[in-house]
Each structure stands twice: as C-alpha cells, then as structure tokens.
Design a protein around this ligand. Structure first.
Ligand SMILES: NC(=O)c1ccc[n+]([C@@H]2O[C@H](COP(=O)([O-])OP(=O)(O)OC[C@H]3O[C@@H](n4cnc5c(N)ncnc54)[C@H](OP(=O)(O)O)[C@@H]3O)[C@@H](O)[C@H]2O)c1
Length: 334
C-alpha cells in the first residue's frame, strides 16, 4: 500500500494531538512540520520523530516529498495557509471551521478544483464509528421518527483577549470554535438542510460571541436545539429523540459510546468503541483512503457540506451583527 506523506502547518495544541494519531497509523509518514518559528518546529519534530522541521510555512508547501498538509492554525489563517498549499499542488486537510465565512470557503474550493487537489475540512466527528452507528440507528428507525435533537458544546475558558478563542482578529467566538460541531452533527445525522434558523448570542468583552443558542427547524418536522459557549461549561452531550425512544451520545464531538433507550426510558442497546489512539486517526484514514483512490473530496464530509455549514454560520452571525475585523476592512458581507 502506498505510504502517504504528511506535513503539518502550525505547531500548536491540536497539531500535537493529530501528530500522535498519524504516528499510530500504518503506511503513513509524518514527514514535515512547519512553524513560524524554527526552534518551535525543531522541538515539535523531535517530540514526534519528524525528519524535516521548517521555520516557515512556505518551505513546507514547496517540499516535493509531502503529499498532504494538515492546517492547524487559527481560523483567520485557514484561507491563506490552505491556499498556499493548494497552489503548490498539495492535498489539504484544514481544521474546522474551514474558513471564517462562505466567501473564503468558495475561494478555496475553486482553487482546489483548478489545481485538481484533494481538500477537506477536518470535521473529525463525522468519521467516528460511534456516530456512524447512531446514524444507522436513525435510518433503521430504531427510535421511530426523529422529532427533536438537543446538542451542545461549551467549555469555560478564562477571558483573555489575546487567546485565539476570544480574539476577534483570529475569528474567535463560540460559534466558529465549537458551535460548528452541533450544527454539523445534526446535518450529518439528518442529511437535510434546515428550513428555518433562529439564534441568540451574548457578544462579550472582545466583541465575539461568548455563548449562543441556535434553533433549527427541518422540513420533516424535526427541531434541533443547539448551543455553544467558550465562557461557561454547558457540556457536550447530544440527545436524539424519536417517537419510539431516544439515543444519548455523551460528548458527541469525540464520541466513543452511544446508548439507545425505548419509549419507556429503558436502556435497550449500547454501542461502545474506545478510540485506538485519540479518535483523530479516523479522519486521517479517510484522507489517506481518498488520496490512494485519487479522489479530490470525501464522500463522508464533502465540500458541499462545508459550504452549507458556512452559509448557516454566516446567516447566524449576520443576525447578531457579528463581523470579524478582516471582513469589515474588506467591506465584505459574511
Ligand atoms: N478538531 C478538534 O478537536 C480541534 C480541537 C482544538 C482546536 N481545533 C482547531 O484547530 C485550530 C488550531 O487550534 P489550536 O487549539 O491548536 O490552537 P493553538 O494551540 O493556538 O495553535 C495554533 C498554531 O497556529 C500557528 N499560528 C499561525 N498564525 C497564528 C496567529 N496569527 N496567531 C496564533 N497562532 C498562529 C501557531 O503555530 P506556529 O507559531 O508554530 O506557526 C500556533 O501554535 C483551530 O482551527 C481550532 O478551531 C480543532
């Protein structure tokens, strides 16, 4: 089997987690790391046994040995970092949110089409086997007709305007950081676009949303009650409620277990599968598979899904009047 050679851009927190996942896979080589700082790149390379450490992103993008680049930088940087790699004909797996708005997402997608390279948003939740089981339980009507979904993702992070989470310059805020998970999850489970979206947010001290609630209504009569936060720990469970039972997915965004209950509230089925490493190996495997097959996008998380999610998040931010500084500067609508 062909060995897929990976590069990583940005030597931060999630890059470390993903590097561990890559190093646990067979027929994969983590070939290069790039940081804005040479020392940081070398330290990361030592830790994860990577043979090449670059002090600039350009050098990695130009490395002919690298097949695919994982972009692990703040939201505001995704467009330029991904574009740099695509222009050098690298396949790209870009962290969520794909970009800060639909306009940027469309640009990257057209660039990837022009250069005929693979492109995917790293929405790893959609590749977890437990979530595939939850989707199959719904399709098999094991809880009857789905009527209502509750899902949240929120944590407490002390206010720090300079952190990527609170900083508007890095496109911080709860919606783009974690609100994207419940939205993506519901659309993944239902395979539908919502017909109606309403929401409310607390815009905080640094002018990003510190918490929000979002209601989605779907054509088939399903309501989704979603929330996210960076300033309060609201948990991250999902409950999918049908007319003949419900499914509870603890920490759905990194799910390794799901419980199914009947209409009387009795536990009738549990599916549990511990992650071989940390759960990020599943999305990496999908990318490896697509590259070996010569595909330019994933059928599990296609670019159209990314565009649909970006559109909903733009619409929500528009309702709140939340524009990022770079959008204001360019006189852009979201
Ligand atoms: N899938 C998941 O479960 C998950 C979890 C956490 C985060 N994420 C996503 O992953 C991305 C990175 O998050 P993270 O928590 O890893 O962030 P982080 O720890 O702050 O790391 C981001 C890295 O990006 C680089 N960078 C480039 N431009 C930057 C800038 N203007 N300001 C700050 N750093 C910059 C820095 O690396 P160098 O200085 O080395 O170049 C930095 O270490 C985000 O899109 C986030 O939403 C995903």
């Amino acid at each position: 089997m062909r060995t897929i050679k990976w590069g990583i851009i940005g030597a931060g927190r999630i890059a470390s987690t993903f590097a561990s996942a890559l190093n646990s896979l067979e027929n994969v080589e983590l070939t290069a790391i790039a940081s804005r700082n040479q020392d940081r790149a070398e330290e990361f390379a030592r830790k994860f046994k990577i043979k090449k450490a670059y002090g600039s992103y350009e050098e990695l993008a130009k490395d002919p040995e690298v097949d695919v680049v994982y972009i692990a930088t703040p939201h505001s940087e995704h467009k330029d970092n991904s574009a740099l790699c695509i222009q050098h004909r690298k396949a790209v797996l870009c962290e969520k949110p794909f970009t800060i708005n639909r306009h940027e997402a469309e640009y990257l997608i057209s660039l990837a089409k022009e250069h005929k390279v693979f492109l995917m948003e790293a929405m790893w939740t959609k590749f977890l086997p437990v979530n595939a089981i939850v989707k199959s339980w719904i399709a098999e009507k094991k809880i009857g007709e789905v009527r209502h979904i509750r899902a949240s993702f929120g944590y407490y992070s002390e206010f720090d305007r300079s952190s990527r989470i609170y900083n508007p310059d890095t496109a911080g805020g709860a919606l783009l950081d974690v609100g994207i998970y419940p939205i993506s999850y519901v659309m993944y489970l239902l395979d539908e676009l919502p017909e109606h979206v309403i929401s409310s947010a607390v815009i905080g001290r640094s002018n990003v949303d510190e918490q929000n609630v979002i209601s989605l209504r779907f054509k088939n009569g399903v309501l989704a009650d979603l929330s996210s936060a960076i300033s309060v720990d609201i948990g991250s469970d999902a409950v999918i409620i049908g007319d003949k039972g419900k499914i509870v997915v603890p920490e759905f965004w990194k799910a390794d277990k799901a419980d199914r209950y009947d209409a009387q509230g009795n536990l009738v089925e549990t599916y549990s599968l511990p992650h071989p490493k940390n759960g990020y190996e599943y999305e990496a495997k999908e990318v490896n598979h697509c590259l070996r097959e010569g595909k330019t996008e994933s059928s599990i998380h296609p670019l159209q899904s990314t565009l649909e999610i970006m559109t909903i998040m733009d619409q929500i931010r528009q309702e709140w009047g939340l524009q990022y500084p770079q959008e204001k500067e360019r006189g852009m609508k979201q």
